[in-house]
Write a protein that binds this ligand. Structure first.
Ligand code: NAP
Length: 268
C-alpha cells in the first residue's frame, strides 16, 4: 500500500504542499500519496488521531495548529524544542515525533537560492506567531550579528525574544534604525496590510523578505519604493517541504526544478 502523508491546517485549500510533495515523490521515485486535510479549529487532535487510525505516516502542520502540534508530539527534535512549534509530524506504531523545518527552509532559501550571506548581518524579524517562532534559532545559528524581534502585540515579541536571548520592541521604537535584512513573518500581507514599519528600516542593499508568497504584498511594495531588494517566501515554502520530505523518507529532493516551475507559473 502507498504510504500516506498530508498537510493539515485551517484554511488549507490554498496550500501548494500537495503539488510540491507529489513532484518530490516523482523526482525521487518514492511511492507515496500526499493529501490536504482541513481540521476544525477545535479539532486538531481528533483529526490527527483519525489520520493515524487510517495508517497515515506523516503530516505537515500549518496555520493555526503548529503550537498544538508541538504539544501533541511525544518526542521532538532539538530545533522543535527550541522553537516550541512543529510543522512536521512522523508517526510509527508507538511514537509521535515532531520536527520544525521552517527555520532551515528559510535559511536555505536565503543562502543557497538567493545568495545572501547571513553571517554578521543585522536582521529585523517582524511577527511573533508560529512562523517567527520557527525561524529564530536557525537565523541565530546562521551567524546574524543582531536579531531584533518586532511585533504588533509587543508582549509576544518580548516572550519569544527572551527564550532566545535577543532583543524585542514595538514598531514605534524602530524609527532611525536600519537593517541589512528585514524578514516579514506576519500574516499581514494575506489581508493586503503591512505592519507599521518606518522606511528608515531600509537602506540601500537591504533585503526585504516576506514569508507570504504568490502575491505582491504592501510590505514588499514599501520595501521596493524605499530602495530595498524585495522577495517573497516561495523559496522557503519549497525548502521547508524538502526538509520535511527528508525527515520522512531519508531522501533529499532537488528543489531547483520545482522552484523554477512554480516561479514560472507552470503546472507541475
Ligand atoms: P500566526 O501564528 O497567526 O501569527 C501572525 C503574526 O502576524 C502575529 O505576529 C501577528 O501579530 C502578525 N500580524 C497579523 N496581522 C498583522 C498586521 N496587520 N500588522 C502587524 N502584524 C500583524 O501566523 P504564522 O503561522 O506565524 O504565519 C505568518 C505568515 O507566514 C502566514 O502568512 C504564513 O502563510 C506565512 N508562512 C510562510 C511560510 C513559507 O514557507 N513561506 C512558512 C510559514 C509561514 P499579533 O501577535 O499582534 O497578532
Amino acid at each position: 500500500m502507498r504510504e500516506r502523508y498530508a498537510v493539515v491546517g485551517n484554511p488549507v485549500a490554498h496550500s501548494k504542499s500537495p503539488q510540491i510533495h507529489a513532484e518530490f515523490a516523482r523526482a525521487t521515485g518514492q511511492d507515496l500519496e500526499y493529501g490536504r486535510i482541513e481540521a476544525p479549529l477545535d479539532g486538531f487532535e481528533r483529526t490527527v488521531e483519525e489520520f493515524r487510525r487510517q495508517a497515515g505516516k506523516g503530516l505537515n502542520v500549518t496555520v493555526p495548529f503548529k503550537e498544538a502540534a508541538f504539544r501533541y508530539c511525544r518526542k521532538a527534535s532539538r530545533r522543535a524544542q527550541a522553537a516550541q512549534v512543529v510543522n512536521t509530524l512522523v508517526f510509527s506504531a508507538s511514537e509521535v515525533f515532531g520536527d520544525t523545518t521552517d527555520g532551515i527552509g528559510l535559511v536555505a532559501d536565503l543562502t543557497r537560492n538567493i545568495g545572501f550571506d547571513l553571517s554578521g548581518k543585522k536582521l529585523l524579524l517582524m511577527g511573533a506567531g508560529g512562523a517567527a517562532q520557527g525561524v529564530v534559532q536557525a537565523l541565530l545559528d546562521a551567524g546574524v550579528s543582531r536579531l531584533l524581534i518586532v511585533n504588533r502585540t509587543v508582549s509576544r515579541a518580548r516572550s519569544l525574544a527572551a527564550r532566545h536571548g535577543v532583543e524585542a520592541c514595538g514598531y514605534d521604537e524602530l524609527h532611525g534604525q536600519s537593517f541589512d535584512i528585514v524578514v516579514n513573518a506576519t500574516s499581514a500581507g494575506l489581508a493586503d496590510e503591512a505592519p507599521s514599519l518606518p522606511d528608515s528600516a531600509f537602506k540601500p542593499g537591504t533585503l526585504a523578505y516576506d514569508m507570504v508568497y504568490g502575491r505582491d504584498t504592501p510590505f514588499l511594495a514599501q520595501a521596493r519604493s524605499a530602495g530595498a531588494r524585495a522577495l517573497d517566501g516561495l523559496g522557503m515554502l519549497v525548502e521547508q517541504a524538502a526538509e520535511s520530505f527528508f525527515v520522512w523518507r531519508g531522501v533529499r529532493p532537488d528543489t531547483r526544478p520545482i522552484l523554477a516551475g512554480l516561479r514560472g507559473g507552470q503546472t507541475l
